[in-house]
Design a binder for this molecule. Structure first.
Ligand code: ATP
Length: 234
C-alpha cells in the first residue's frame, strides 16, 4: 500500500532522514522505534506532505505522492495525527470530531464511529458539549487521535500517540489503535513506548541517526539483543 524508496529529508543543511526505504502492506500495523532525533517524525511528515523529501520516492496505492500537496494526500485517505495535542480549543469536543469527518457523507457511519469513540473514552462523552480547550493535555491528545480516525483513513499515521498520557489512557489509546486496524485500516506509528509498540505490531523498523538499523516482525525485534539492551531496558 505504501512504498518508500530511499528518501532523504532535510531541514536546511541537516539531514534528518538519510536514505530510508520501508513498506507498509494493506491491513498491517507497522511501528517505527528509535531514539529522539532519529528521524521518525520526519518520515511521517514526508509521507503526509508536510516535509517533502529532497530525493527518493513515496508511492501510495501505486501512485507517486512524493511531491503531492498535504491536502491531496489527505484526500487520498492518509490521516496524520502529529505529535502533541492539536485540537481546536474554542470548539466543543463533538465539533472537533465532526471536523475530522468533514469529507464523509455517510451520516449513520459518522454517528456510529463517534458513539464508539465516546464508548471507549467516557471522559470525552461526558464532556462532549464542552470546549476542547477545557480538557487536560492527555484528554486533548486522545481527542486529536479520535479526530484523525473520524476521517476513516485508509492509512493512519500516528506520531507518539501515548506520549505524556497517564498509564490507563496509554492502554486505551493503544486499544483504539488496535481497533482501527481490526476495522480494516492500515497503521504506521511512531511510539516511544517501544515494548508496547513492538508487542502490538506486525512489523517494525528501528531507526538510528536517520538511517534504518534493523527491521523485522515485532517478535523478532523484541527478541533481538541490541533492541533489548538499547530500547527495552533489558
Ligand atoms: P523525536 O522523537 O524527538 O521527535 P524523531 O526520531 O521523530 O525524534 P525527527 O523529529 O524526525 O526525529 O528529527 C530528526 C532530526 O531532524 C533531528 O536531528 C532534529 O533535530 C532535526 N529536526 C527536526 N525538526 C526540525 C526542524 N523543524 N528544523 C530543524 N531541524 C529539525
Amino acid at each position: 500500500m505504501l512504498e518508500i524508496d530511499n528518501i532523504v529529508c532535510r531541514y536546511g543543511k541537516v539531514d534528518a532522514v538519510k536514505g530510508v526505504s520501508l513498506k507498509v502492506r494493506k491491513g498491517e500495523l507497522v511501528t517505527i522505534i528509535g531514539a529522539n532525533g532519529a528521524g521518525k517524525s520526519s518520515t511521517l511528515k514526508a509521507i503526509s506532505g508536510l516535509l517533502p523529501p529532497s530525493s527518493g520516492t513515496i508511492r501510495f496505492e501505486g501512485e507517486d505522492i512524493t511531491r503531492a500537496s498535504a491536502q491531496r494526500i489527505l484526500s487520498m485517505g492518509i490521516a496524520h495525527c502529529p505529535e502533541g495535542r492539536r485540537v481546536f480549543p474554542q470548539m466543543t469536543i463533538q465539533e472537533n470530531l465532526e471536523i475530522g469527518a468533514y469529507r464523509r457523507k455517510d451520516k449513520a457511519g459518522i454517528k456510529s464511529d463517534m458513539e464508539r469513540m465516546f464508548g471507549t473514552f467516557t471522559r470525552l462523552a461526558e464532556r462532549r458539549n464542552q470546549m476542547a480547550g477545557t480538557l487536560s493535555g492527555g484528554e486533548q491528545q486522545m481527542l486529536a487521535i479520535c479526530r484523525a480516525l473520524m476521517s476513516r483513513p485508509k492509512l493512519a499515521l500516528f506520531d507518539e500517540p501515548s506520549l505524556g498520557l497517564a498509564p490507563n489512557f496509554v492502554e486505551k489509546t493503544l486499544e483504539i489503535i488496535r481497533q482501527v486496524r481490526a476495522d480494516g485500516a492500515t497503521v504506521l506509528m511512531v511510539e516511544q513506548n517501544a515494548y508496547a509498540a513492538l508487542d502490538m505490531c506486525d512489523r517494525a523498523y528501528l531507526y538510528e541517526s536517520g538511517s534504518l538499523a534493523l527491521e523485522g516482525t515485532g517478535k523478532d525485534m523484541i527478541d533481538d539483543p541490541h533492541v533489548r539492551k538499547a530500547y527495552l531496558g533489558a
